[in-house]
Structure formats: C-alpha cells, structure tokens
Design a protein around this ligand. Structure first.
Ligand code: ADP
Ligand code: MG
Length: 700
C-alpha cells in the first residue's frame, strides 16, 4: 500500500525537480518519509541573544542582535565578497556573503537593527559569520521566535541553492502539515504504555519544532527507543530463524584428541578460557549450528581456545580449519601447534598462498580423504579447489580482515554447515557488539594469563629521538628485541613506503651490525624475503624488526619487549592497542613508545593520552566509539553491515539499547512468529523497507 509518505520529494510544495535532485544527491532524501526522518542534529535556543563580546571558539550556531554599521565589497574574482559589519554595542563582527550579494546589498540597510543567526568562525584573529540568516528586528520577528530551533545538517551546495537551515525548516513545516494527520502509530500500544513513551505524531512534530525542552526530550526518547527497538527485534528475529531452522553437527564426545592436547598444555588455562570452552562445548553439543564471536584482548590466549575447539571436532570424526588473515600468522599458528600434539595422533597441515604445487596437491588430497584433521591457513583455504572430507568446525582469527562473502564461502564446504568460531582481538563495546553481531552469540576472554606485567606506554616527540635510540640500545644489550612500526594507508601508500624505507635506513645507520641486526618486513617484499626476515626476528637472530602495521598483526615473540610506533597520531585507538599487544608477552617489563611530531590535533592528543593512561582494551574501545562514532569503528565497514541510525547513538544510548533488547527477547519468547494481534504493528514494521538492514544472515 503506497502511502503519502512514499511520495517523491519533488512533489512537496517548495521543492520541485531541481531541488529534489539536490536533496537526493546531498542528503539522500528522495521521499517524504526520508525528509520527515531527517532530524535536526542539534537545537539552538533562539530565545537568547549572544553579545558579540562573548563569542568564543565554540562552533555553535548563535543568535545576535545589532545594527549594520558598514557595508563594503572586498576581494576579487572568486574571493569577491560583501562584508557587512554588525555592531551590538559590545563589539563588531563581519557578516560575509559570497553569493546573492546584489540581493543582500539591497536588503540590508546601514543603521538598521537586525536579528542575525549563524555560526561564528575564526578569521584573521577575529570572528566572522559566513552567510548568516539575517532578518529585520521587527516587533513581529522578535515575538514569533520559538525557543528551540532545530539545526539540520547541510552542505555548501544546499546552502548556496537557497536551502539553508531556514528554508529547510520551512520544508519540514510544510511536510508536517501535509503528512502528520495520516501518520500511523508504529509501536504497539502496550509498549507505549509500559515504557511511557509519547505518541509518534507528537514525537515527529516536536523533534522538528519543539514546543519546549521537555517536549523535545520526550520526542527524542521515543524516536530513539523505536529505532533501536526495531533494529534489535529484526536481529533477534534472524537469530531465531537461524537457531530454529539450521541444523548443526552434533559433537557427542570429548575424546582423546581434546584430552591429550589439554594435558600437553604446560600451564593451567585461565578461568576465562575454561568458561569460553564450556560455552563452545554446549553449542556444539546442542544440535544447532554454532555461530559464536569470541572477543579477547591481545594476549588473552585465543589461540588455545581455537586449537581445543578444533580438537572437539576431531574427536567426533570431523575436520577443522583455522584461518588467519596473513601468511605470517597462519604459519605461526601452525608452527605453534606441534608442542600440543604429542600423543594425540592428530594430523595437521598448512595451506597458504605460497604453498608449493606438489605440497598443495598432497594437502588437497589429504583434506578430501580426511587424513588431514586440522588445516591451518589463509584465504587459500576458501578457494574452490579446496574440498573437505567432513568439515565440522571453522575458526576464523582476526575476523575483520575477512569479508562477509569469504566467510559465507565456508558454508558451502560441508553438507551440514560447520560450527563457526570467529575470534577478534578488537574489543567491541557491548552496545556495538549487540548491534553488529546481534545475531551471534558472544563470548569474552576477559582475563589475561597470570604474570603479565602491564606495558608502560610513553609519548615522545621527534626531539626525543636520540633518547629513543639510547633506550633501544639499552634494551637490546639487555637481551630484548624491538618492533618499529610505520603506518601504511592505501591513500598515501607511496609516501608511507618512503617513510618506512627512510626509517629503515636511519635505523641501520644508527644500529650498526654486527652488534645490531635489523630485519624489515612489508607488503612490497617478495614473500621469501619477508619470510626470511620475519624468521630472523622470531628466532631472535634480529634485534629490531621494522615493519608496516598491516601485515604483522598477531605475531608472538615473547622476547620482544619494546614497541615503537612511528607517526602514532595516524593510528586509531584500537589499532594502537593492537600493536601494543605485540609486546608484554614475556616475563620482562615491556614498553610502548608512541612517536609523534610536535604538533598534534586535539583528537590525536586525546588518543595518545588515553593510550598512555590505560592498558584495558575494552576501555579504549569504548573511548574510541565515543570519539569516532560507530561508523568508523574498526571492522564495521569491512564487515559489510549497513545500518542507518537516524537518531540513536550506539555510544550514548546503551541504556535504551539494553532495555529494547530485553523487551525484544520477551516479546519474541511469548510470540516468536509475531502472530498476536497486539504485535501486528511490529510484524508489519519488520517487513517494512524502512529498516534497511542488509543481509545479516551472512555474517558469520
Ligand atoms: P591472542 O589472544 O592475542 O591470540 P595468544 O593466543 O597468542 O593470544 O596467547 C598469547 C600468549 O599467551 C601465548 O604465548 C600463549 O602461549 C600464552 N598463553 C595462552 N594461554 C595462557 C595461559 N592460560 N597461561 C599462560 N600463558 C598462556
Ligand atoms: Mg591471536
């Protein structure tokens, strides 16, 4: 049923084809509903006038009231602009107009009093306002101003095409008049009553044009609730479909493979490792397919959980694969497993991009006839040529480096989909995990193995490079090894490689052989050179490893106790934390040194300071989420998820999220197919296209 809300935006009075195109392009608004759900991102109190003297460096929109004392054209060509100087008795500010100058020149009169609304910006040590709204300070105008006015996000193009904030708000007013009477409630009455929410109509009116501060907060609360409620419900629904619909291989027993491996482990498992293994054990015994996300900070011991999970498969006549994002990592996992295999009779192999043809053929055969029990590897494992005899368990390490499709490919490799354990060292805040992986079960390794000493993190600038080198030498002479990591970003790859190369040169000059041996590893090397240098470092033959951030994540070199991160300001928090996790694995005290230039943006400074303050990955992840928002959160984009939140904020609205999650579970428990009459609205809304969640079912 087409409703008025689905109308093309061009039919809204005041829009038309040209503006419609612009709205679509700039803000993605193509229907009435799109516009209606484009909410102000903040509100200004228009009952209050600022004095020019109190303007400071906040970027907020403010309202001024004063007289124009002077107007003149300045500049040439593109920089040509009209400057009107506004004086309010406390000071002067320049109002600057690049467009529509003629019209403005006619409209503004020197000596007249105006109400000016805009955003002050710093210019030439003073403030100005570019393209503010300017209205005559008539009695009418002064009285008609409602207290709270919404500020919509806009773009330069919209602004110059006459769709500034005022015009945009006017469109919203027109739209509300037109559609509000026919807007239907989207939450069941019992939910509204129970949670004391306001009706949808009230919320929509007040989110755009708040009657009062209280009305606005009621409106926000309701709209956030609704958004998160449906997001969670759709995730829960999918989880329900999956757990009801899918069959999993049942692992009946724990046998000798698991038990002997367990006995070969030279230290007791941490409580967290044991707990997670119990959770996995329950999953694989349940008859349903396991889809579990294992989060664990770097160094929390995920590898052993992976290996023991693989053994559960082997004990039940199934094969397991353990995939890593890089060859270095896959190789390390493979090499590391043998110490646990004594007396198990378990046959393992390694398959990567550089496995030689003959060996590859042998492995393909072994996988197909079932003589290889556990295969370690990279992406090479999911190639079509790889066929399994009986794949029962797939473990994927460092999940965010695998695309959704790649993971889905694993499904097709067994008649009954294998159990899946996805492991990530990027701690994801609970609220985000609930949304990103809402249809997965989540386990957390929240305990580090005993005896770890906290890593001391310091921030040094370029002027302390001499000090850095002295410190490194001290550490190396005491028998330690040092990582030096350079950023590598696609957009600036050439420059980044140059930096790395120069850095490497500088290091080899400063740290002369034979006393010091320096290895280098990066993506442009031949695989054999990379492997050679990596091996030097892993075996302790090289003292320093110069590397890019991209490829070496996850290597375990317990003797490395110093991590130097160059241009640390260019890394995100979680990335910095990941890198830091490469040290602090041995018995020695470890250090992380964040090198930056002298000048830092306040954002970067915050990140660096946080790093120096805490070693807790979850704390950092929360902070990261708050600073950057979920859109940028590591792993979100790559994981192929698209969810478009209009008003709720995963970082700030976690209490609501927890609440809707509980409510959603309760509703689905009582009425899994949403057949009850009272839930008809929910059933309809979940089918509705407004909730644009891309195929969550493929997320492993
Ligand atoms: P990550 O979770 O980062 O993958 P790893 O699995 O690489 O961590 O483990 C880090 C180090 O801790 C390894 O050297 C591993 O042998 C060791 N380790 C794992 N579990 C324990 C434990 N329960 N007690 C002591 N050391 C452990
Ligand atoms: Mg690991």
């Amino acid at each position: 049923m087409a409703t008025v809300l689905e109308s093309d935006i061009k039919y809204l009075p005041g829009v038309g084809p040209k503006r419609a195109e612009l709205l679509q392009k700039e803000l993605g608004i193509s229907t009435f509903a799109d516009l209606l759900y484009t909410f102000p991102f903040r509100y200004v109190d228009r009952s209050r006038y600022y004095s020019i003297r109190e303007i400071d460096s906040t970027n907020a929109y403010i309202q001024l009231r004063g007289r124009i004392v002077r107007m003149q054209m300045v500049g040439e060509h593109k920089g040509k602009r009209l400057i009107a100087v506004l004086n309010d008795g406390t000071g002067c500010i320049d109002l600057v107009f690049f467009q529509g100058v003629k019209w403005i020149q006619e409209k503004l009169k020197v000596g007249q009093e105006y109400v000016v609304f805009g955003k002050p910006t710093i210019f030439n040590q003073g403030y100005n306002m570019v393209h503010p709204e300017v209205d005559l300070a008539t009695e009418d105008k002064l009285n008609s101003i409602s207290a709270l006015m919404g500020v919509y996000s806009s773009t330069e193009k919209l602004h110059t095409s006459g769709l500034g904030n005022k015009a945009f708000a006017k469109l919203q007013a027109t739209l509300l008049d037109k559609v509000l009477p026919s807007v239907e409630e989207t939450l069941p009455q019992y939910v509204i009553d129970r949670k004391r929410l306001c009706p949808l109509k009230y919320a929509l009116r007040n989110i755009h044009f708040p009657e009062s501060v209280q009305a606005l907060s009621k409106a926000q609360e309701r709209l956030k609730f609704e958004e998160l409620f449906y997001l969670q419900l759709s995730l829960l629904k999918q989880k329900l479909v999956r757990t009801n619909g899918s069959q999993g291989v049942v692992f009946k027993t724990i046998g000798s493979a698991f038990n002997n491996t367990y006995r070969n482990i030279p230290f007791p498992l941490t409580g967290a490792q044991k707990r997670v293994l119990h959770e996995i054990r329950a999953d694989v015994g349940s008859g349903r397919q396991m889809n579990r996300l294992l989060q664990g900070d770097v160094g929390s011991g995920k590898t052993l959980v992976a290996i023991l999970s693989a053994m559960m498969a082997v004990d039940n006549g199934c094969q397991a694969c353990i995939m890593a994002p890089t060859e270095v990592l896959a190789t390390q996992h493979y090499n590391g497993v043998f110490k646990y295999l004594e007396n198990t009779g378990v046959n393992v192999a390694l398959l990567t991009g550089s496995t030689k043809t003959a060996e590859r053929r042998r492995i393909h055969e072994g996988l197909e006839n079932g003589t290889i029990h556990i295969i370690f590897g990279t992406h090479a494992l999911i190639e079509d040529t790889v066929k399994f005899h009986n794949l029962g368990m797939a473990v994927i390490d460092e999940q965010h480096r695998f695309g959704v499709e790649q993971r889905a490919k694993l499904w097709s490799k067994a008649a009954i989909p294998p159990h899946v354990l996805v492991m990530t060292a990027t701690p994801i805040p609970r609220t985000l995990a609930m949304t990103l992986y809402g249809d997965l079960d989540v386990s957390v390794l929240d305990e580090l193995p005993p005896g770890r000493k906290p890593i001391q993190t310091v921030h040094w600038t370029e002027t302390q490079r001499g000090q850095l080198y002295r410190f490194m030498k001290e550490q190396i002479r005491a028998g330690r090894q040092v990582f030096i990591v350079y950023p590598l970003i696609k957009e600036s790859e050439t420059m980044d490689y140059k930096n790395l190369e120069e850095g490497y040169m500088a290091i080899t000059e400063e740290f002369e052989s034979p006393e010091f041996v320096t290895a280098v590893v990066h993506g442009k090397q031949k695989p054999e050179n990379k492997a050679f240098d990596m091996d030097l470092f892993v075996r302790g033959k090289a003292h320093i490893l110069v590397a890019t951030s991209v490829i070496e994540v996850g290597v375990d070199v317990p003797n490395a106790s110093v991590m130097v991160i160059e241009s640390a300001e260019r890394f995100g928090l979680s990335q910095l934390h990941q890198l830091r996790g490469r040290v602090g694995r041995g018995a020695e005290k470890s250090y992380c040194i964040l090198m930056t230039g002298y000048q830092l943006s306040s954002e970067s400074r915050k990140r660096i300071d946080l790093m120096c303050q805490t070693n807790d990955g979850f704390e950092l992840a929360e902070a990261d989420l708050k600073m950057r928002g979920p859109g940028d959160f590591e792993g979100t984009r790559q994981s192929g998820l698209a969810f478009d939140l209009h008003i709720a904020d995963l970082a700030k609205d976690s209490p609501i999220l927890e609440e809707v999650r509980r409510l959603g579970e309760e509703i689905l428990e009582a009425d899994p197919y949403l057949e009850a009459r009272e839930n008809a609205i929910i059933a309809r809304k979940l089918r509705d296209a407004r909730l644009e969640i891309k195929d969550y079912s493929n997320i492993s």
